[in-house]
Ligand binder design. Structure first.
Ligand SMILES: [Zn+2]
Length: 116
């Protein structure tokens, strides 16, 4: 399962960082998951929480998931722009061309971690 290995990698990173800082507890973890990453957020959250509950320092960790807006590059005119909220841009706002190339959106990033 894709989400399980990603959640495991995130937990490993979080535990490594908290050990590095001598933290006892991880309060909150913010991640950014791109719209094209193929990650099912509910499933990812479930895996994360299951793994986190097995560890003393992450048992109460709150997971915050953000989805950054996707950017497109128009093949026709080279105009780069951000997609609207529901990510359903199908034409270029500059030349009204329909050949668009998505940029980014496949990331899974650890943005912030709060610990004590
Ligand atoms: Zn264009």
């Amino acid at each position: 399962m894709h989400e399980l290995s990603l959640a495991q990698a995130l937990i490993d990173e979080v535990l490594r960082l908290s050990a590095e800082h001598g933290a006892k507890k991880v309060l909150r973890v913010d991640v950014m998951i791109g719209a094209f990453s193929g990650v099912v957020q509910d499933s990812f959250r479930f895996c994360f929480e299951t793994l986190a509950s097995a560890c003393e320092s992450t048992v109460d960790t709150a997971l915050m998931i953000e989805t950054p807006p996707v950017s497109y590059l128009c093949i026709g005119c080279g105009h780069a722009f951000k997609a609207d909220k529901d990510m359903r841009v199908v034409i270029c706002p500059s030349c009204h061309g329909g050949e668009l190339f998505p940029q980014g959106g496949d990331e899974l990033l650890l943005v912030r971690i709060e610990m004590e």
